[in-house]
Design a binder for this molecule. Structure first.
Ligand SMILES: *[C@@H]1O[C@H](CO)[C@@H](O)[C@H](O)[C@H]1NC(C)=O
Ligand SMILES: *[C@@H]1O[C@H](CO)[C@@H](O)[C@H](O)[C@H]1NC(C)=O
Ligand SMILES: *[C@@H]1O[C@H](CO)[C@@H](O)[C@H](O)[C@H]1NC(C)=O
Ligand SMILES: *[C@@H]1O[C@H](CO)[C@@H](O)[C@H](O)[C@H]1NC(C)=O
Ligand SMILES: *[C@@H]1O[C@H](CO)[C@@H](O)[C@H](O)[C@H]1NC(C)=O
Ligand SMILES: *[C@@H]1O[C@H](CO)[C@@H](O)[C@H](O)[C@H]1NC(C)=O
Ligand SMILES: *[C@@H]1O[C@H](CO)[C@@H](O)[C@H](O)[C@H]1NC(C)=O
Ligand SMILES: *[C@@H]1O[C@H](CO)[C@@H](O)[C@H](O)[C@H]1NC(C)=O
Ligand SMILES: *[C@@H]1O[C@H](CO)[C@@H](O)[C@H](O)[C@H]1NC(C)=O
Ligand SMILES: *[C@@H]1O[C@H](CO)[C@@H](O)[C@H](O)[C@H]1NC(C)=O
Ligand SMILES: *[C@@H]1O[C@H](CO)[C@@H](O)[C@H](O)[C@H]1NC(C)=O
Ligand SMILES: *[C@@H]1O[C@H](CO)[C@@H](O)[C@H](O)[C@H]1NC(C)=O
Length: 745
């Protein structure tokens, strides 16, 4: 408490009184009044309530100075629509304006240099999140400008070389998320320009070429972002002179060269975000001097060598992302125990060796560990249970399946468990020792990919009431598909492909609540994954969005020994997007009811023993993108409809009695066109090794084994283009990018 001050009692009423007087005194200037009114007329829809008073200084969003001049016009998120800023805009009459904030509206048009030249006193200009377009004006409006935010518009062209010339006090500049191009304006802090600049955000544009020297002059620079452009060349050497930098973000460009030892000069650096470039070389040995570092993201580069041990001295680290590089070294020599803030560590797809470092278990804040696709080995230790918040775990090279499951099922927060290339040839015990199972309470995403596990599908899977995605692709699982799978309330994505599963397609599976009823699907909480996931395809990895709801509802049972008929109940799974039953031993007809699956995008029934005709109702599946019935015993005409005729003939081949477009053989009146020339006998699928070769490739390519293709929801796409402000989500999205990785089997 401040000491009692008797003056305050007297002073306060005076203050109030004078402020009442002053609003009356500061009546608004007539020209400005009219200008503001004509501004509202330029808006095609104006929800502004500005007619209520004569004094425009009292209007919503307006502040005047002592003399009644309008100084602030603040109308963010007012649902303003319309074309503004022609050179004759009435706003140009507000010559005393210092603050103009029209962000988050739907204003369009371009910024005219002439118009700007009237606003000589402008200090803060925020036009972000509008629909403005055209090129940038030749000059910034005034030498007093401090903050300029033009982000999330559609400005294009290069930044004029004269743009920053008049600035003296320029502090913050944000043009992210536009279509600006041309050379990067490195000279922003040189000569005439201001050296006070603290924030520069050029992300998500199309700037190209290399970043020339100049930024080193920005001695006050705190935040520098130019991620997601087309920048090439080396990191500018003088960037290390901007020693006040707290965030350096140049991800998703084509930068080359090494991260220099001089980076340790940036002692204030908290965020280093250079993922997806072509950086090479080793990480600086004295990296540990960056004691304020919180986020390190160098995913998808060509870095090599070992991790500098000093990294373990960066005790403020929250996230380490070094996935998909050529890093190596014995990981168990690193002692992580000082990283008490560490929340995420992703070293996926490198060449690290050694055993799983136990010291990781002392990082009590860990939420995500991903070490998959390295040469790291080991067993899950019970100490992992001290990681109370662990939500995502992704490892390979493990042994002792039963031991691992018994421990991990007690990880209360675990939502995503991805284990691959582990447990080679171990047996999944039917249930011994897991009878009183109530573990994995929060597990939503379980993948045991390419583990060559034997045995039948274990009964404890039936207890995973929160499971949404299950992939057991690439094992040696035998026995039938258990019918309890159909009772898991949240399951919507199943891959059991490439196993030795036999028996029939269980009818119960067709009752999966999330594939049957829309309401159930809507009730599910939409979860985020702690780390981005991607299919590490040879050339173009696809980054999946991190919401589980963006995965496509899928049933993939391909490459097994399933026999019997495809049950007609399959038509109940109305929400299914992908159905793959290829390379099995299904016989009988293709059930007519498949045409009830109105959302179906991909349907593969190839390499079975299906007979009869293709139901004509299939032609009504309007979302169907791929359809493959090759190598069965189908006959008769291919149904005519919009979709099926656009497909490749190869999707139908190997059915000697099938006819009509897109196959070359026309349908004669009666099917006498049996031409045994084309007939491939497929009683034993092992007769066609070429197919296996192709298929094996397919598996390597899609080795994450997640479900099917991605549905990009409209809202999600919007989020992407609006460049959501989360360090990770920002750009880790459906970018089909080159992945210069060797493949591992
Ligand atoms: C405002 O400026 C425009 C163009 O500069 C001018 O034509 C107009 O007369 C001015 N006054 C008002 C009240 O709009
Ligand atoms: C318009 O302004 C008047 C006076 O300022 C106020 O009473 C009224 O509620 C406002 N109307 C709306 C829709 O904001
Ligand atoms: C403009 O207004 C929005 C919404 O109130 C605010 O978030 C933003 O910081 C403002 N811009 C500036 C530059 O102050
Ligand atoms: C720049 O604007 C975008 C929104 O368009 C925002 O997400 C980002 O955080 C801003 N940059 C800085 C450095 O504030
Ligand atoms: C930048 O892009 C423009 C147009 O796309 C092109 O003409 C120019 O050569 C590019 N510059 C560099 C350095 O790649
Ligand atoms: C980036 O620049 C290169 C050449 O400078 C060009 O070939 C490529 O198309 C550009 N990429 C984009 C996304 O503009
Ligand atoms: C960095 O700054 C120092 C001194 O301020 C200067 O001598 C040096 O040339 C600068 N380095 C670069 C690469 O600009
Ligand atoms: C940068 O680091 C070098 C040594 O790596 C040192 O000589 C130099 O003085 C440092 N510069 C600044 C500005 O800290
Ligand atoms: C880590 O820091 C400690 C104390 O600050 C220091 O003694 C040690 O040499 C550092 N380790 C490395 C590898 O830099
Ligand atoms: C790691 O360092 C801690 C002290 O920071 C020490 O107690 C622990 O024994 C070390 N662990 C290993 C495996 O070296
Ligand atoms: C498997 O793990 C369990 C639990 O950690 C352990 O008790 C058992 O000894 C392990 N078995 C082998 C063969 O290492
Ligand atoms: C395929 O199913 C038929 C019965 O439909 C059966 O006779 C045959 O043995 C099965 N083949 C294999 C390889 O399972």
């Amino acid at each position: 408490m401040e000491p009692y001050n008797p003056m305050a009692h007297i002073f306060l009423p005076i203050l109030l009184f004078s402020s009442i007087i002053s609003t009356n005194i500061h009546a608004c200037n007539q020209i400005e009044h009219n200008s503001l009114l004509s501004f509202t007329l330029t808006l095609s829809s104006s929800p502004l309530n500005w007619t209520s008073s004569v004094n425009c200084c009292q209007w919503n969003g307006i502040t005047c100075n002592q003399d009644g001049w309008v100084t602030h016009l603040l109308l963010p998120s007012e649902e303003l629509k319309g074309g503004i800023f022609p050179s004759t805009s009435s706003l140009g009459n507000l010559t005393h304006l210092t603050h103009l904030n029209l962000s988050h509206n739907s204003l369009y048009g371009s910024l005219q240099t002439e118009f700007f030249s009237f606003l000589k006193h402008l200090e803060i200009l925020d036009l972000s999140y509008n629909l403005l377009s055209g090129e940038l004006p030749l000059y910034l409006p005034s030498s007093s400008i401090k903050k300029l935010d033009l982000s999330s518009n559609q400005f294009h062209g290069a930044i004029p070389s004269s743009f920053f010339q008049q600035t003296r006090n320029f502090i913050s500049f944000n043009v992210s998320n536009n279509i600006l191009s041309g050379p990067f304006p490195s000279s922003i802090c040189l000569k005439h320009s201001s050296r006070l600049t603290r924030v520069l955000d050029f992300s998500s544009n199309k700037f190209n070429g290399s970043i020339s020297r100049g930024l080193g002059e920005c001695s006050e620079l705190r935040i520098f972002r130019a991620s997601h452009n087309n920048l090439s060349g080396f990191l500018p050497e003088d960037i290390y002179n901007a020693t006040k930098l707290e965030e350096l973000a140049l991800a998703l460009n084509s930068l080359i060269g090494a991260v220099s030892d001089r980076i340790v000069n940036l002692t204030n650096l908290a965020i280093l975000d250079l993922y997806y470039n072509q950086l090479s070389g080793v990480l600086p040995l004295n990296f540990g001097k960056l004691s304020k570092l919180k986020q390190l993201n160098l995913d998808f580069n060509h870095l090599e060598g070992a991790l500098p041990p000093s990294l373990m001295n960066c005790t403020n680290l929250i996230e380490i992302h070094l996935a998909s590089n050529n890093l190596e070294g014995d990981i168990s020599t690193l002692n992580f125990s000082k990283l008490s803030e560490l929340s995420k560590i992703d070293l996926m797809t490198n060449e690290f060796t050694g055993i799983l470092p136990i010291s990781l278990y002392s990082c009590r804040s860990l939420k995500a560990i991903r070490l998959i696709e390295n040469y790291i080995e080991g067993q899950i230790q019970v100490e992992i249970l001290s990681l109370k918040t662990l939500s995502l775990l992704s490892l390979s090279g493990l042994t002792n399946f039963t031991g691992a499951m018994k421990i991990l099922m007690r990880c209360k927060s675990l939502r995503t468990l991805i284990l691959s290339y582990s447990f080679k040839g171990e047996e999944m015990p039917a249930d011994s020792g897991m009878v009183d199972f109530d573990g994995f309470q929060n597990l939503r995403y379980l993948t045991l990919y390419h583990c060559e596990l034997t045995g039948q599908m274990p009964l404890w899977l039936s207890k995973l009431k929160n499971l949404e995605i299950l992939s057991l692709k690439g094992n040696r699982i035998t026995g039938p598909i258990p019918s309890y799978l159909g009772t898991l309330p949240k399951l919507f994505c199943i891959s059991l492909a490439d196993n030795l599963i036999s028996g029939e397609f269980p009818k119960e599976l067709c009752g999966l609540p999330r594939l049957v009823h829309e309401p159930t699907a809507a009730q599910v909480v939409d979860d985020y994954l702690e780390l981005p996931i991607f299919t590490a395809a040879a050339q173009n990895p696809i980054f999946y969005p991190r919401r589980l709801s963006n995965f496509a509802p899928t049933i993939d049972l391909s490459l097994n020994h399933i026999n019997g008929r495809i049950p007609s109940e399959i038509g109940k799974m109305r929400l299914l997007h992908n159905l793959d039953l290829s390379i099995n031993n299904f016989s009988g007809n293709i059930p007519n009811e498949i045409s009830n699956l109105k959302n179906l995008e991909n349907l593969s029934l190839s390499m079975n023993h299906l007979s009869g005709q293709i139901p004509s109702s299939l032609a009504s599946l309007s979302f169907l993108k791929s359809f493959n019935v090759s190598y069965n015993d189908l006959e008769g005409p291919i149904p005519t409809g919009t979709q099926l005729q656009t497909l490749n003939a190869s999707e139908f081949k190997g059915n000697s009695k099938l006819c009509g477009s897109p196959l070359p053989n026309e349908c004669l009146n009666k099917s006498i066109n049996v031409d045994n020339k084309n007939h491939l006998v497929l009683d034993n699928k092992h007769q066609i090794p070429w197919f296996y070769i192709f298929f094996a490739l397919g598996f390597i390519v899609g080795f994450w084994g997640v479900c099917g293709s991605l549905i990009i929801k409209k809202t999600w796409r919007y989020t992407y283009f609006q460049f959501v402000d989360n360090l990770q989500d920002r750009l880790y999205v459906m970018m089909t990018v080159h992945m210069r990785r060797r493949l591992r089997g």
